[in-house]
Design a binder for this molecule. Sequence first.
Ligand code: ZN
Length: 256
Amino acid sequence: MATITFLGTGHGGGAPGRFQSSLLLHTEGARILLDAGEPCTYSLLSRGFALDDLDAIWITHAHCDHTAGLPMLLQASKLRRRSRALPLGLPAHLVEPLKAWLRASLLPVEHLKFPLEIFTWKAGETVAFQGTSVIPRHTSHLDRYQDELHDTSLEAFSFDMQTEGKRIVYTGDIGEAKDLEPLLTEPIDLLICELAHLSLADLLATLATARVGTLCLTHVVEHDGLDRAEIRLQCGEKLDQVDSVYLPDDGEQIEF
Ligand SMILES: [Zn+2]
């Protein structure tokens, strides 16, 4: 049995009553933080979770609603005397800026007192970790910034994961509904999908024949005046083949 705890389900514009994107994947073999939107340290500690028990952090992309809790988490881990290594998966372009940010926060990596094992994602290349594997899949979420910021290295990922015999897909942030299509060619047991960068109509059309067991919608922007109850109702009505649809609140947990 594994669980996902939704620590933050808000969208990047800030939503009253919701923290920023962060999920805790807890399997038999590992506890992995997926994105580190703020205030993930507060959320973990409030749930009685010891920061030292965190086995890895995997970041989908650099936007601060997915990363701003990371420096605080590293600082708190240091002050709580973590000593064991902490693997940290990042988009490659984020490595040096993060190190510079930590240095500016008087927390240079070499002073953390625990090994911060930074590794970088390569689209399509599997990373296996303590019984969970992840294939980072490119999304077009940051493509427009490549022109705006003249930096072709900028990249965002969805995580296509396997653990305990189940396939879990966490979209992170996508650029458009089309980004979901390559993820949907095989059955998904649990799809955690953002609903900020595509409309509900596009989501419903894209998932119309998708083989998805459980659908969790996070990062929800209530497009076109639709509220969450209406979004859930429409998904339930139009996605017959999906077993269950959730729009989790912060702190909710799902077992699979
Ligand atoms: Zn984003």
